[in-house]
Design a protein. Structure first.
Length: 276
């Protein structure tokens, strides 16, 4: 472990939080493998910051502010450790780097790491299933907002390409919102553009409406402002690959109509695909 005061202060707070048994200067020095005077100086810094109290000189303790701070970083350490270990990092390196990440990572980075850990956990839970429905996925995932890549395909290949025009009609990625084990896919509409084969001019358009296939029929997807919502339960997932290369591939059939310039394209069938 690098001789870093901030890291040592974090290790001391976590030792207090986890009740290391002997949280005196001498005891912490033995537990953490640090010199006596180094630990004493770090505790003095924590006391000045209002995180540790030495009212009982022989047994300092975390203040309320100190306990809150320790709990905050403890959750960060657990998350980063889970991420690093599941990525194949050796245990000792993961423990060391986990402290650094927990201390210095931004909230945006921590949110991404936490989301990745949750995705990996669901792959462990459902990894033995070759196929499952979206409702099974959502029942086993933690509540939250998950940013996920997607693609919308045509049923047929045209000019060597089967990506639907509608794929450009939504912002990427989409959001899987899970509340109480129930999930909704949310896609944000955006204008799309295409070059006219007749005039060569760029024309703009948008997706006019979307229907999704569920329970043997096509159902109008809810639209609220510029947000399209599709129940995650309508998707069928296939399990592809193994380990860190495992991908859950979700699919649902759509019917939709797009407009480009003054033209209204005929209703077409497409396949919405989601990747976890």
């Amino acid at each position: 472990m690098k001789d870093n005061t901030d890291i040592l202060k974090l290790r001391i707070m976590l030792a207090f939080l986890n009740d290391c048994g002997d949280c005196t200067v001498m005891g912490l020095s033995r537990t953490l493998g640090e010199k006596h005077y180094t630990v004493s100086r770090a505790i003095s810094c924590l006391e000045k910051e209002g995180l540790i109290s030495r009212k009982t000189k022989r047994r300092p303790y975390l203040t309320k502010a100190g306990r809150d701070r320790a709990l905050f970083y403890s959750e960060r350490v657990d998350t980063t450790l889970a991420f690093l270990l599941s990525s194949g990092v050796e245990v000792e390196s993961a423990k060391s780097d986990g402290l650094l990440w927990a201390l210095y990572n931004t909230e945006d980075t921590m949110r991404t790491i936490k989301e990745t850990v949750k995705k990996r956990r669901i792959k462990d839970i459902l990894g033995s299933r070759k196929q499952f429905m979206g409702e099974v996925l959502c029942r086993n995932m933690d509540d939250g907002q998950y940013k996920l890549p997607f693609a919308i395909y045509r049923e047929d290949v045209k000019d060597g390409n089967n990506i639907s025009m509608a794929n450009e009609g939504f912002e990427h990625p989409c959001t899987l919102s899970i509340v109480n084990g129930s999930g909704i896919l949310q896609l944000r509409y955006t204008d799309m553009s295409a070059r006219s084969q007749a005039t060569g001019k760029i024309m703009t358009g948008h997706v006019k409406y979307v229907k999704y296939f569920d329970s043997g029929r096509y159902i109008n997807a809810d639209k609220n402002g510029d947000i399209l919502s599709i129940p995650a339960s309508s998707l069928t997932f296939k399990n592809i690959g193994k380990g860190l290369n495992r991908v859950f591939h979700g699919m649902v059939s759509l019917k939709m109509e797009c407009t480009v310039g003054e033209f209204h394209m005929p209703e077409a069938t497409a396949i919405f695909t989601l990747f976890i």
